[in-house]
Ligand binder design. Structure first.
Ligand SMILES: [Zn+2]
Length: 78
C-alpha cells in the first residue's frame, strides 16, 4: 500500500485510509489537510478566477450588510 501523497509504503498503524482516495500516512494526511482551503464542503482552490471573485464579492457584500444592520440598531428601534 502506497501513501497517496508521498507514494511511499504505508505500514500498520502509522497509516490511515482517506475515504475514496486510498491509504496515507497520518503525517502526510494532516499536512495535506492544512494546505487545503475548504469552507463547509467548498474546495476554494478548485474555483476558477471568476468564481473566486464572485465568492469574494458575496463575502464582502454580506459583511457590509451585517455591519450596516448593526449600525442601524438603536436607530430603527421603536
Ligand atoms: Zn506519505
Amino acid at each position: 500500500m502506497l501513501c497517496i501523497y508521498c507514494k511511499k509504503p504505508v505500514f500498520g498503524n502509522i497509516g490511515l485510509t482517506v475515504p475514496k482516495e486510498g491509504p496515507a500516512h497520518q503525517n502526510c494526511y494532516q499536512a495535506n489537510q492544512a494546505l487545503k482551503r475548504t469552507f463547509q464542503h467548498l474546495e476554494i482552490r478548485e474555483l476558477n478566477d471568476q468564481e473566486l471573485k464572485e465568492l469574494k464579492e458575496l463575502v464582502v457584500a454580506e459583511e457590509n450588510s451585517r455591519s450596516r444592520s448593526l449600525d442601524d440598531d438603536g436607530v430603527d428601534l421603536f
